[in-house]
Design a protein around this ligand. Structure first.
Ligand SMILES: NC(=O)c1ccc[n+]([C@@H]2O[C@H](COP(=O)([O-])OP(=O)(O)OC[C@H]3O[C@@H](n4cnc5c(N)ncnc54)[C@H](OP(=O)(O)O)[C@@H]3O)[C@@H](O)[C@H]2O)c1
Length: 230
């Protein structure tokens, strides 16, 4: 039975991915931060684990508890948008630190400590990034001003760079590393006006992940499999 680990499975896209993989018959381990989310995951047949992705010690403890497990698919979904940063005003330090800690430092930690567990299964290591992190598309993308969400955009561009760096070493060990845009999805982060429902996004992501081969290692793809320019 394939093993799937999802960081940030309490709600949104991570929760739906956990539900779909469990329904497919996988062993699914989903991380969350509160008791309510633990119960939601258990009901779906998902094994909950406590993880605040900002906490290095908790990450290492999670990896140690899985030391004997080969992870076929790891998906890092946990992410934050940060406060309103829609004009050319520098983000405040607290906001900057939280967005960078959750969206960049935490993924770098999971690349380092979960990557080896995925290598054992020659599996897939996947990060939910965003097309908003595409530097090539930053000029007027989404019909917005270039500075709209610029802290979030910078964090996802940095996540993409980290993934590209890690894909060399992990790819040599048989891991397929992907950074992915899930679409603009109706979740707490995406908001009610987003065109895509979470079931379609998660189902598309799963299909692209399942189809990925070694040639896709280090690529930036959307939930339909279309490449996104860096
Ligand atoms: N929705 C979209 O349109 C969209 C578009 C492009 C990219 N994305 C990316 O897709 C991913 C999932 O987005 P979403 O829409 O599902 O977001 P969401 O509904 O806002 O859920 C965010 C998830 O991240 C977790 N999280 C945040 N900070 C955490 C921390 N310090 N430790 C552990 N977990 C933490 C949350 O856990 P708690 O419940 O514990 O807070 C929750 O599970 C994100 O990386 C996002 O940037 C989303």
């Amino acid at each position: 039975m394939p093993s799937v680990l999802i960081a940030g499975a309490s709600r949104g896209i991570g929760l739906e991915l956990a539900r779909q993989y469990a329904a497919e018959g996988c062993r699914v381990i989903g991380t969350c931060r509160d008791a309510g989310a633990e119960s939601r995951l258990r009901v779906m047949g998902v094994e909950p684990r406590q993880l605040d992705v900002s906490n290095a010690g908790q990450f290492e403890a999670l990896a140690a508890s899985l030391a004997a497990t080969a992870i076929d698919v790891f998906i890092h979904s946990a992410g934050v948008y940060g406060g309103d940063n829609n004009s050319l005003v520098a983000p405040d330090e607290q906001d900057f630190e939280e967005v960078m800690r959750v969206n960049v430092l935490a993924p770098m930690r999971s690349m380092a400590v979960i990557g080896p567990l995925v290598a054992r299964a020659s599996g897939r290591l996947v990060y939910l990034s965003s097309s908003m992190g595409s530097i090539a598309q930053m000029s007027g993308s989404h019909g917005m001003r270039d500075t709209s969400g610029w802290l979030y955009r910078a964090s996802k561009a940095a996540l993409n760079a980290a993934l590209k760096c890690a894909s060399g070493e992990l790819g040599a060990k048989g891991v397929i590393c992907l950074t992915m845009h899930p679409g603009w999805v109706r979740t707490d982060m995406g908001g009610p006006s987003a065109p895509l429902d979470v079931v379609t996004s998660a189902s598309g992501l799963r299909q692209v992940i399942a189809r990925a081969t070694g040639k896709d290692n280090g690529r930036f793809l959307d939930y339909t499999g279309a490449p996104i320019p860096w």
